[in-house]
Structure formats: structure tokens, C-alpha cells
Design a protein around this ligand. Structure first.
Ligand code: 2P0
Length: 316
């Protein structure tokens, strides 16, 4: 052990090119590449310490978290990880559609790597985090991150400072989602007639989106991001059972944001496996985006964040 306890922090990320669906082989490998932005302000803080048996607490309460238990068992097949007491806290609502599993597994993998002296590279931590939750692989890095084969370890494409975009999140429901991402992905893969087309279209868009980010081409990034989001939701809706993660507020926000972009503002929408709408915009446009979203029917709350850094050990 490197210290009595080790604490790490990580932030959620939002995919602009979406991952939805897994490969048919072990390792929690996505069927598609993805590209994301890591947020600031929203933080998961995780402390691990040696214990007699594993225990997990979330925001101060003991929890049974099957996802963490399964990940620990998987990680222990390759690494020397003793029984651990894990305490994790989110400074944002866990069920608000803000990818707490991404920041959670990125913080946990980083804390364990530090505490147990696994000596992993950032790529190694990303692979560990991915085995817990694939989107978590991207939260190891700050700014713009990509996750693609053949190694399925995320890399940083560009730092947060290189293109400091803003994200305005419109919360349209605080209810937990009815179908988890993991179950939803399995349904889409098993039953949607569009699944293969989704996989090939996403692979085809990956290089274009990477180029748009590197060129800081907002208009092209907007076009590619909205297409990826709508294709993913089209896929979700086309399975059996059909998955419709949107509510009326989601659609109001999407329509309003399309109008605002037509009116000349630098903004686009993205929506994940839930009803919240994330508006990505340039800093001068953030105020107008906030005002517009706040005025939409069904919007309960608004949260504005910037782009942040990767997962780090903060103590220990
Ligand atoms: C993403 N999502 O790329 C996509 C877009 C939601 C919609 O990754 O099964 O929690 O743990 O690997 O990463 C959410 O799924 O799924 C997700 P698992 P994860 O961000």
C-alpha cells in the first residue's frame, strides 16, 4: 500500500460521437468508436483504503453496487487488489443523466491504481475504467477524448484549454431511467434492424469528427454531433421493446436549440440515455442558450459547466 488511504477525483464526460452497443467478446468493448468532452465543476471524489472485506459507500450511505462488485472481481483477475473500503461522493445528482458511472469508474480506477501501486499508464487506467463502464475510459482524460480500437484505451485529442466550450444542461426530469444503458444496448443490438448500419455509420463519422475538433470547426462539429445523437436515438426507438428516453421537454429544448443555431448562434444539442438535453456552445453564446432553455416547458433546472481535466489522485 502506498498510503493509509488514497483519494482520486474525476469528472463526467458527454459523448459527441456516441457509443451504444457492445462487441460480442469479453472486456466490455464498445461496438463503435466515440469522442467526448470531459466537464468541469461536476466531480466524483473516491477514497479507497485497505479493509477486511470490500465495502462501498455512496454519498455517505452504505450501498450494494453490483456494477462495482463485478468490476472489482474482473480487475482482480489481472491485478493484485486487496479487499477495499470504497467511499465515493458525487457533487451532482446521481440519477440526473450526467454519466455518474463515467466519473465513478474513472475515479475508482485512478484511486486503486495509486493506492495499490499498480503502476498503470493513463492508457492502462483507461482500460481498467472501461471494463467497469466503457464511457468511464474517456473520463481518465480532460478536454476532448477519443475511445477507439484496436486497444480500446481512450486518448486525449485536445486539452480543455485548446477550445473552451460551454455545456448548458437542461434537466427535464429527475426520475431514474427506466432501462439502464447496459440493458438498452443489449436490446438495440439484439433486436434493432438498424444496428449494423449504426455501427458502420459511426465508424465512418469518427475521423470526420476528430478533424472537426482539431480544426475547431464548430459548424461541422454541430452537424456531426447532432447526427450521431439522432441516429443513436433512432436506433434506440427501433428495437423491441422500443426505447424512448425523451419526454416533451426534451423535444422542446431540441427544437428551440435548432432555431437558435439557425439564428446564427454557435450551439448544438446532444441527448444521452435519458431525457436531459445538453447544449454545447461557445462561451459568448452561453447566456442566450441558458435563457432560451430556461424558458422551455418542462425544464426543471439549468446547469452550465465548462470543459475540465482528467482523473487525478488528489491525496495519498
Ligand atoms: C456514451 N452512453 O458514449 C453513450 C451515449 C449513453 C449514451 O456510454 O455498459 O454507462 O457501463 O459500458 O458507458 C452510457 O453507457 O455503459 C453511455 P456500460 P455506459 O457516453
Amino acid at each position: 500500500m502506498s498510503a493509509h488511504s488514497t483519494t482520486a477525483q474525476a469528472h463526467p464526460n458527454i459523448a459527441l460521437l456516441k457509443y451504444w452497443g457492445k462487441q460480442d467478446r469479453p472486456g466490455n468493448l464498445p461496438a463503435t468508436p466515440s469522442l467526448s468532452i470531459t466537464l468541469d465543476t461536476l466531480t466524483t471524489t473516491t477514497t479507497v483504503r485497505h479493509a477486511r472485506t470490500d465495502s462501498i459507500s455512496l454519498n455517505g450511505e452504505a450501498v450494494e453496487d453490483p456494477g462495482i462488485r463485478v468490476a472489482l472481481a474482473d480487475w482482480r483477475r489481472d491485478h493484485e487488489i486487496p479487499p477495499l473500503a470504497i467511499e465515493t461522493r458525487n457533487n451532482f445528482p446521481t440519477a440526473a443523466g450526467l454519466a455518474s458511472s463515467a466519473s465513478g469508474f474513472a475515479a475508482l480506477a485512478t484511486a486503486i491504481d495509486g493506492h495499490c501501486r499498480l503502476g498503470l499508464s493513463a492508457g492502462g487506467r483507461s482500460a481498467l475504467a472501461r471494463r467497469g463502464s466503457a464511457s468511464a475510459a474517456r473520463s481518465i482524460h480532460g478536454g476532448f477524448a477519443t475511445l477507439c480500437g484496436p486497444d480500446w484505451q481512450a486518448s486525449q485529442l485536445m486539452s480543455a484549454d485548446s477550445w473552451p466550450l460551454k455545456v448548458v444542461v437542461a434537466i427535464t426530469s429527475s426520475a431514474p431511467k427506466a432501462v439502464s444503458s447496459r440493458d438498452g444496448m443489449a436490446i438495440s443490438r439484439r433486436s434493432s434492424p438498424y444496428f449494423d448500419a449504426w455501427v458502420s455509420a459511426t465508424a465512418g463519422a469518427f475521423g470526420s469528427m476528430r478533424d472537426a475538433v482539431l480544426r475547431r470547426d464548430f459548424a461541422r462539429l454541430a452537424e456531426l454531433s447532432e447526427a450521431s445523437c439522432l441516429r443513436m436515438h433512432g436506433l434506440m426507438m427501433s428495437g423491441d421493446p422500443a426505447l424512448l428516453y425523451w419526454n416533451a421537454g426534451t423535444l422542446s429544448c431540441i427544437e428551440a436549440l435548432r432555431g437558435l443555431r439557425q439564428a446564427g448562434r454557435n450551439v448544438f444539442f446532444t441527448v444521452d440515455a435519458g431525457p436531459q438535453v445538453k447544449a454545447v456552445c461557445t462561451t459568448p453564446d452561453a447566456r442566450a442558450v441558458e435563457e432560451l432553455l430556461r424558458a422551455q416547458p418542462g425544464v426543471q433546472d439549468i446547469l452550465t459547466v465548462g470543459l475540465g481535466g482528467g482523473a487525478v489522485v488528489v491525496d495519498g
